[in-house]
Design a protein around this ligand. Structure first.
Ligand SMILES: Cc1cc2nc3c(=O)[nH]c(=O)nc-3n(C[C@H](O)[C@H](O)[C@H](O)COP(=O)(O)O)c2cc1C
Length: 306
């Protein structure tokens, strides 16, 4: 397996040695799972990071659902200054790219965070979480192609770091939004973030989550995520990273065949902290069994025929 080349290029110098990353919000800042062998990972994508620290929502913040989970963490994080001062110096010593997931309420927040992170050793790239409300328009950036494009362009001008923008599936026309983001200068797209869902405690006649609604993740959303990646990858020329319900090697291969250049593993980390590493090894085995030496050799069929 030593000769297999699993590396992927996500643009602007962001090269991963494996196509399997851990997804934002499911691996904190990379320090909480010391037993996990990081050498098998393509990258760590951090928890969503805001300008100032956030405590997040009060509990209950997580609920199990059939084939998945709902979460309403509310972007609990220590704020960008702490990330730069306390975390980045440690990441700079890791042999693994760390991509900081960025969240904000307004374009100015994202721009300020991007400026703060630009050129900081240990930070390999940004992933924009655009499923946050835009205060001015009262909309999420990610549900409006014009807003999503404007936000991407503003951040693009604020940083020379590789820029991945994460699509929210809670929209009617994902492709139009993906195109606007690609045209505005993003280096890659990730798809998808969670779907908004709700669970009700029938006995107590109240929502289970204190926030009432939360983001649905896990295997329940995988077919939606695969479809989203397939549509988006056919419409843009920048790399697309698939995320949503990946539990096994076969799940990850589905995304790669749908047109993804790489994948992120999220909810599976809660069940098997080594999931991303196992999936990486499974992809290597799959290539070996077929006699292929790199991901580029995967005979992807035209998406229309998948
Ligand atoms: C507990 C939890 C927290 C999350 N926090 C973030 C976040 O801060 N920023 C973000 O962009 N996505 C966040 N996500 C979404 C995941 O990164 C991923 O897009 C989603 O869960 C779908 O992948 P999965 O089914 O493999 O978990 C979070 C997901 C979970 C389960």
């Amino acid at each position: 397996m030593g000769e297999i080349d699993l590396s992927v290029d996500l643009g602007r110098g962001l090269r991963l040695r494996s196509p399997v990353m851990v997804a934002s919000g499911t691996f904190a800042y990379g320090f909480d799972a010391p037993a996990v062998d990081r050498t098998g990972l393509g990258a760590v994508v951090t928890k969503g990071t805001t300008l100032r620290p956030r405590h997040g929502n009060p509990p209950v913040r997580i609920a199990e659902t059939p084939s998945g989970m709902l979460n309403a963490i509310g972007l609990q994080n220590p704020g960008v200054d702490h990330v730069v001062q306390a975390f980045a110096p440690v990441w700079a010593r890791w042999d693994l790219p760390v991509i900081v997931n960025v969240a904000g309420d307004a374009v100015e927040d994202y721009v300020a965070i991007a400026r703060r992170l630009d050129g900081v050793p240990g930070i390999a790239g940004l992933e924009l979480n655009i499923s946050c409300p835009n205060v001015e328009a009262g909309l999420q950036f990610g549900v409006d192609a014009r807003l999503a494009g404007r936000l991407t362009q503003a951040v693009r001008q604020a940083t020379s770091l590789p820029l991945m923008v994460k699509l929210t599936p809670n929209v009617t026309d994902l492709v139009a939004i993906a195109r606007a983001i690609a045209d505005a200068g993003a280096d890659s797209l990730s798809a998808i973030n969670t779907l908004v869902g709700m669970k009700i405690d029938v006995r107590h006649r109240r929502p289970v989550l204190e926030n009432q609604v939360g983001g649905l993740s896990g295997p329940a959303i995988r077919p939606l995520a695969v479809r989203a990646v397939w549509e988006v990858a056919s419409a843009v020329s920048i790399p697309v990273v698939g995320v949503g319900g990946i539990m096994t090697t076969e799940d990850a291969l589905e995304f790669l065949l749908a047109g993804a250049s790489a994948v992120q593993v999220g909810t599976a980390n809660y069940v098997r902290p080594q999931a991303a590493r196992e999936i990486r090894d499974g992809i290597a085995t799959h290539l070996t069994e077929h006699g292929w030496s790199s991901l580029a050799a995967l005979p992807l069929r035209a998406p229309a025929h998948v």
